[in-house]
Design a protein around this ligand. Structure first.
Ligand SMILES: Cc1ncc(COP(=O)(O)O)c(C=O)c1O
Length: 351
């Protein structure tokens, strides 16, 4: 099987397993886990933030950030495509008790005008709920790994500051954006109040995300992490994998980006999937199944029968993601199989 469903499907390498096996651990309930302390300091420094906190998952990073910045009944402003809405609407409303004030920005790249409309589009008297947090995403999963450009981020951060809105960046794939743009994490993250990043997506660790921000935010986040059941004891096993990932697997993300582009070029040559090469900026490719007149889940089933796993993102959109467990050769084979399935659909060989 060639698994292109997500970059979360990777298996830890022997070197990463060795790092986990030999990790120095202590009970972090008492603040004793040196590997976790080391990882948090390393990440805070890399992203230029005062403090950092290891989380079990990206969802936990986002939900705890929301909890820290808001009161029940507050609004958070974000694009409809973002993970915090698309997959986390349940936890955001149930655990976070916030309302999602959704924008529909071109490519998910919000502008100050979008935010202005979101917060002033309806009358808000003294007693009405207000927006107290702006959430952004980089790279933007729902738009096939698109990059939130630094220039747009600067503008939106300045505007949000004027309105007193803190900016939380869901940066689970932020390092993909850094590698693709050659902008350092420290420079890019300067225009956020808090940022999360994942160790278990492109970086290949089995678990973990980190939330970074001011010392006071992270102190508050540590309390909620405990409340939410995410304060682990010997967390150094998780931190050791994360440290290995962030020290060894960042630069190689450019290989994943090249492989995604190769897939887009090979599939785009057939003109079946409406692929816009301009928007293939990191490690994802979105394919439309409209010309095949087939829903994405059916197409995904047919590709699985041929040995290629894809993800049905929406009714007529399929997502393919490159990662460290697929090679250039795998990509070429996957493209060939996807094209063959499509040809069979169009010539009626497969119903
Ligand atoms: C942009 C983004 N944010 C958050 C998450 C949630 O991460 P996790 O699956 O670790 O909870 C994901 C997962 O794919 C994601 O793509």
């Amino acid at each position: 099987m060639i698994d292109l469903r997500s970059d979360t499907v990777t298996s830890p390498s022997p070197e990463m397993r060795e790092a986990i096996y030999t990790a120095k651990v202590g009970d972090h309930g008492y603040g004793d886990d040196k590997t976790t302390i080391e990882l948090e300091a390393y990440c805070a420094d890399l992203f230029g933030k005062e403090s950092a906190l290891l989380m079990t998952s990206g969802t936990m990073s986002d939900q705890i950030a929301i909890r820290c910045y808001t009161q029940p009944g507050d609004e958070i402003v974000l694009d409809r495509s973002y993970h915090i809405n698309y997959f986390q609407a349940g936890p955001s409303t149930d655990l976070g008790k916030v309302l999602l004030n959704l924008c529909d920005a071109e490519g998910g790249i919000l502008t100050p005008e979008d935010i202005e409309e979101a917060i002033t589009g309806k009358y808000r008297g003294e007693l009405f709920n207000r927006a107290t947090l702006l959430c952004l995403e980089n790279t933007i999963n729902g738009y096939g790994g698109r990059i939130f450009p630094l220039e747009n981020l600067k503008k939106i951060f300045t505007y949000a500051g004027m309105k007193g809105l803190p900016v939380h960046m869901d940066g689970e794939r932020f390092l993909n954006a850094c590698i693709a743009t050659k902008i350092s994490p420290r420079e890019y993250a300067k225009y956020t109040d808090s940022i999360s990043t994942s160790f278990s997506k492109g970086l290949g660790a089995p678990f973990g995300s980190i939330l970074m921000g001011s010392r006071s935010l992270i102190q508050k986040a540590a309390k909620y992490r405990k409340w939410y059941g995410g304060a682990l004891h010997q967390s150094g096993f998780m931190a050791a994998a994360a440290m290995y990932a962030i020290q060894n697997n960042v630069q190689r993300l450019e290989v994943d980006h090249r492989n995604a582009r190769l897939l887009a070029v090979l599939l785009g040559a057939e003109d079946y999937f409406d692929i816009d090469l301009q928007v293939v900026e990191t490690n994802m490719v979105m394919l439309s199944t409209k010309k095949l007149n087939l829903e994405s889940s059916h197409f995904v089933d047919l590709c699985r029968n041929e040995g290629v796993l894809l993800y049905p993102w929406s009714q007529y959109t399929v997502r393919a993601v490159s990662h460290l467990d697929v090679s250039e050769k795998d990509i070429a084979v996957a493209a060939e199989k996807i094209i063959q399935v499509s040809k069979n659909i169009l010539n009626g060989t497969i119903p």
